[in-house]
Design a protein around this ligand. Structure first.
Ligand SMILES: Nc1ccn([C@@H]2O[C@H](COP(=O)(O)OP(=O)(O)OP(=O)(O)O)[C@@H](O)[C@H]2O)c(=O)n1
Ligand SMILES: C[C@](O)(CO)[C@H](O)COP(=O)(O)O
Length: 235
């Protein structure tokens, strides 16, 4: 596969669950902002041609990153939901290329992404008619609880997976699917949900469990451990 793969990074969230003084993608992690780690992982992959980052309209932190001038990174305006941010980034990408490239949508809040996981997606999905996502099999018992945290039921975990990112689909397919969910006012939390809504069955590709999404305060320390363990071989 030539360098015809693009990445889209939704980075316009406010990280409310982190309860920090800035959006979590800009919090320091081993001496540099979370998003810097994420962008380095993507930019350094030999198959990724460029990255569209969706940032909040009034984002005051992006300019402080001072990214290298030769990085093929383009900015789009984020939206009120993650799916709006992704849609805006894809809409921007469509203006950059006449092709219909594979797009890897990857959360800014997931800095520990391994190149081996990207490689596995590109290998397993290169000829797939739909595309797919990285995920991790559910390895614990799953409970549904009520508002008082009383257990209502144990959910059968056979074939249950945790969805992660990247989520890899063709630009036009994904734009159309997201447009359908917007028109139907159907909220989706990931790209695969939009593709499912449009009637497709994305493929699940197994990834490493250390590709965590930094969401809660304790996740930062864990991400640091993962990055230190991965070292600089980009795993
Ligand atoms: N309107 C939004 C909301 C989220 N995101 C991005 O989507 C990714 C995953 O979303 P999540 O972990 O939910 O981030 P936040 O929405 O910032 O977190 P919270 O729900 O705690 O506010 C993050 O990189 C976030 O920046 C985005 O681009 N646009
Ligand atoms: C897309 C995602 O990373 C898949 O697990 C996740 O849904 C994004 O986080 P959010 O809290 O749902 O916005």
């Amino acid at each position: 596969m030539s360098k015809s793969v693009w990445a889209v990074v939704p980075a316009a969230g406010n990280g409310s669950r982190m309860r920090a003084d800035r959006p979590k993608q800009y919090l320091p992690l081993l001496g540099k902002p979370v998003i810097r780690h994420t962008l380095e992982r993507l930019i350094s992959h030999p198959k990724i041609q460029g990255v569209i980052v969706a940032v909040a309209e009034q984002d005051p932190f992006w300019s402080d990153l001072m990214l290298p001038d030769d990085w093929p990174v383009y900015l789009a305006t984020g939206g009120s939901q993650r799916s709006d941010s992704v849609f805006n980034a894809l809409f921007y990408l469509r203006q950059l290329t006449d092709d219909d490239p594979w797009v890897l949508v990857h959360d800014a809040a997931r800095p520990c992404l391994r190149h081996t996981d990207i490689d596995r997606m590109l290998t397993q999905l290169a000829e797939d008619p739909v595309g797919g996502i990285l995920g991790i099999p559910m390895t614990e018992t799953v409970k549904r609880v009520n508002d008082n945290h009383r257990i209502l039921e144990t959910v059968n975990r056979d074939n249950l997976w945790r969805a992660a990112t990247p989520q890899m689909f063709h630009l036009k397919h994904l734009l159309q699917a997201l447009q359908q969910t917007i028109d139907a006012q159907c909220q989706v939390t990931d790209e695969a949900s939009a593709m499912e809504y449009a009637g497709f069955q994305p493929k699940m590709v197994e990834g490493h469990a250390d590709n965590l999404k930094i969401t809660l305060p304790q996740d930062l320390e864990l991400a640091a451990l993962y990055l230190q363990r991965q070292g600089d071989q980009l795993a």
